[in-house]
Design a protein around this ligand. Structure first.
Ligand code: SAH
Length: 353
């Protein structure tokens, strides 16, 4: 929570903020006013908080850090209005977030870490490894800045940007509590989806948080051998162990799990793969989300043809699974996780040399 002895004030839950404000010698209602400025009015600085006494704002400036992300770049898709943001953090690191306009409500895809250490073979976010975790405020402010920039309300959030949320567990849970707090944006927890590559202890802990959030599992293969070729984390946990943890998540929370399956041509879209997937998931409470793999320059995977994808989907449906094909959005604007940040870094490096 403390950064250079300074309190990360925007990451504090309402009760923690009340305590901190009391310790600063201010009356309790100042904590509510401050929370409202940070999380509902989405203030850009303490200076904007005009109904707080100058002396209190001065104390806040001295003893706390106030996280606000700086939008460096916005790319707008001409195809579908998807907006991809590159934000700068206070230490100069960059992260990506995506705004997805849907008829049933706007969605934002947030990053949970700078980089990632999971090493999935098809993913651009992990190419430079993990740089650091994001604080709860840094995850939240991606949504706040996007609401401010678009003037639109965001009703859904997916933690599917760069990073592995279960590798930054405490801050991600804190982020969910803040985002769903009635005193803040009050987003329904059911509309918040956390996607994991399958870190079993994380899933087990998440099942017991008392949250109503949605869990998405990045499965991507129907046997351990293929999964190990795609995702190094598969060396640690078997599909059987992961699915058992997902079953427990459903029993404890009553929330259905979404099984993500990125389809790479000739790798995991064979008729045998479909058969195995049916055997694994039949009778489980959840559905399969097929995503054609998004080709990344540094990676060798290619997306399936429309026909191959349809064939795979039909096989799964015939086997009794609920299947959706994820609508591809923002293909014209570096859609795949981590691509925009990489391109920006390459440009900066080019400029310096
Ligand atoms: N670390 C988390 C969340 C971030 S990635 C996880 O693994 O779930 C969000 C989703 O996009 C994951 O399912 C991931 O496997 C997938 N993904 C990443 N790069 C991709 C690419 N190039 N094409 C298709 N899906 C990709």
């Amino acid at each position: 929570m403390e950064n250079d002895q300074k309190i990360d004030v925007k990451s504090l839950l309402p009760e923690e903020l009340a305590q901190t404000v009391r310790e600063m010698g201010e009356p309790a209602y100042r904590a509510s006013q401050l929370f409202d400025w940070m999380h509902r009015k989405k203030a850009g600085s303490f200076d904007e908080m005009t109904n707080l006494p100058r002396s209190f704002r001065e104390k806040l400036r001295k003893r706390t850090v106030y996280t606000v992300l700086n939008p460096l770049r916005v790319q707008v898709s001409k195809l579908d209005g998807t907006r991809k943001y590159l934000f700068e953090l206070s230490d100069g690191n960059c992260i990506e977030s995506v705004f997805l306009p849907y008829h049933h409500g706007n969605s934002v895809c947030v990053s949970s870490q700078v980089g990632c250490r999971m090493g999935c073979r098809f993913c651009a976010s992990t190419l430079g490894g993990l740089v650091r975790n994001l604080s709860a405020a840094e995850i939240l402010d991606q949504i706040y800045r996007i609401e401010e920039d678009t003037g639109e309300r965001v009703s859904n959030t997916v933690v599917m940007g760069s990073g592995e949320p279960m590798d930054n567990y405490e801050n991600v849970v804190r982020f969910i509590r803040l985002l769903s707090a009635p005193e803040g944006l009050h987003m329904s927890q059911r509309n918040i989806t956390v996607s994991t590559c399958g870190i079993v202890p994380g899933i087990q802990r998440f099942s017991r948080e008392g949250l109503q959030a949605t869990l998405a599992l990045s499965l991507h293969a129907s046997d351990d051998e293929t999964r190990r070729k795609l995702m190094p984390i598969a060396q640690r946990y078997s599909i059987a162990e992961i699915l058992s943890a997902c079953g427990e998540f459903f029993r404890l929370t009553g929330r259905r799990v979404s099984y993500e399956y990125s389809v790479a041509a000739g790798v995991n879209d064979t008729p045998e793969a479909a058969e195995k997937l049916i055997r694994l998931l039949r009778g489980r409470h959840g559905h399969v989300n097929l995503i054609p793999v998004n080709p990344v320059t540094e990676r060798s995977f290619t997306e399936p043809t429309r026909e191959a994808l349809e064939r795979f989907r039909a096989a799964l449906e015939k086997g009794g699974l609920n299947v959706t094909i994820r609508r591809e959005m923002g293909r014209d604007i570096d859609g795949a996780c981590g691509q925009l940040r990489r391109r920006y870094q390459a440009e900066q490096a080019g400029r310096e040399s």
